[in-house]
Design a protein around this ligand. Structure first.
Ligand SMILES: Nc1nc2c(ncn2[C@@H]2O[C@H](COP(=O)(O)OP(=O)(O)OP(=O)(O)O)[C@@H](O)[C@H]2O)c(=O)[nH]1
Ligand SMILES: [Mg+2]
Length: 362
């Protein structure tokens, strides 16, 4: 599962990326367009400690979500060739976007558009996502039209119908994430990896001086919050990056000084997971207990692929015990004895906290 950090140049993308991933990538250096940093973040999960008491494993492994820091967006929605060829293709892999918006004043750091204006920045980056999708959809429709003249296949017609619907939405400058698509329609166009269809977290990167006004600022932008599609969070990524570099004692002191309570990073990470619909299933054994991040609604066979593609390909059955039941039974053997282990087929929709053992053929 991948989240892509995007935004205008010098908005604080790498600063946020460092804070989240605990990395030390250079900031303030005007990253070359198309440059991508990747990092992995563990998903906190208290259930793993309980599983460890059940299995006494050698190793405990958390679910992981990948974050990507992508430079190259400019807010320009006029140059077809640029969005077609110069936007970093890596961002298409992301399943959700975190748009970092500059909300700090700094006389020594020029804003690429001349002034600090978060509303405008949100609008132009959204415009760029929509424009890039429009160029892609038009290109694809043109190609289908040519193919249809030669061979009018039904699946091409279906694809064109969905693309036409998308194009209509993009033409009125609205993102695809706000378009009602059936699961089938959504599947038809999934391969194109449209940008404006991805759920988006808007990260208002506020200056340290604005930290006391954080809640007020967030409220001001709340109308953009469209449940399940778009969320808002204000954070000082610079402060967070500095915090991430301290040890625990110093961090607490620094937070007390600034009057910061709770971890802003946890809020960002949690909101982005909610947006992505991330949940975890668990596996246990004497070697390892492991949580695996998957999307809500994932079926058992697909979930197996989170562990290894061979398990997905050779899937036979999933042995499933609910986490709470396993905790209550205290051991797998006891859970089985009580009849709490179920055998599920490949179409079974995995639930958060399912402890699963996959039977498979290689
Ligand atoms: N004053 C102030 N400066 C900040 C804040 N957040 C980031 N910066 C500074 O802004 C500059 C740009 O930050 P980066 O994280 O490198 O921005 P970026 O979006 O990754 O930039 P590019 O990769 O070049 O597009 C750095 O000098 C940061 O230290 C902030 O909250 N306040
Ligand atoms: Mg950067």
């Amino acid at each position: 599962m991948i989240i892509g950090i995007i935004g205008l140049p010098q908005s604080g993308k790498t600063t946020l990326f460092n804070a989240i991933c605990g990395t030390h990538q250079e900031t303030g250096g005007f990253t070359a367009k198309g440059e991508v940093h990747r990092g992995v973040v563990k998903v906190p999960d208290d259930r793993l400690a309980v599983l460890a008491e059940v299995y006494h494993p050698e190793k405990i492994s958390h679910a992981e979500v990948e974050w990507m820091d992508v430079a190259g967006f400019t807010g320009d929605a006029t140059d077809r060739k640029r969005v077609d060829t110069e936007l970093p293709s890596a961002v298409r892999e992301a399943e959700a976007l975190a748009h970092v918006v500059r909300y700090f004043e700094d006389p020594n750091l020029q804003h690429p558009m001349g002034s600090v204006d978060p509303e405008r920045d949100i609008r132009v980056i959204e415009g760029e996502l929509i424009f890039a999708d429009l160029v892609l959809a038009e290109k694809r429709i043109e190609r289908i039209n040519r193919q249809l003249k030669v061979a009018p296949h039904d699946n091409l017609k279906r694809e064109k119908a969905v693309l036409d619907k998308c194009l209509e939405q993009l033409n009125i400058e609205k993102p695809l994430r706000e378009l009602d698509l059936s699961p089938d329609e959504e599947k038809t166009i999934r391969g194109f990896q449209f940008l404006s269809i991805k759920p988006k977290l808007i990260v208002l990167n506020i200056g340290e001086d604005l930290l006391p006004d954080r809640i007020e600022i967030q409220k001001k932008f709340a109308p953009l919050d469209k449940a399940g599609h778009c969320a808002i969070e204000a954070i000082s990524s610079k402060v967070q990056m500095e915090l991430a570099e301290l040890d625990d004692d110093d961090r607490q002191m620094f937070m007390d000084d600034l009057g910061i309570t709770g971890s802003a990073l946890d809020r960002i990470v949690q909101k982005s997971y909610d947006l992505l619909g991330v949940m975890s299933f668990l596996t246990g054994g004497d070697k390892e207990v492991h949580a695996w991040a998957i999307k809500r609604g994932t079926i058992a066979q697909k979930a197996a692929g989170a562990i290894h593609e061979d398990i997905e390909k050779g899937f036979i059955k999933a042995e499933v015990i609910e986490f709470e039941k396993l905790r209550e039974a205290g051991s797998e053997a006891e859970a089985k004895k009580r009849g709490w282990m179920r055998l599920e087929g490949k179409e079974y929709t995995v639930k958060d906290g399912d402890v699963i053992f996959f039977r498979f053929n290689v």
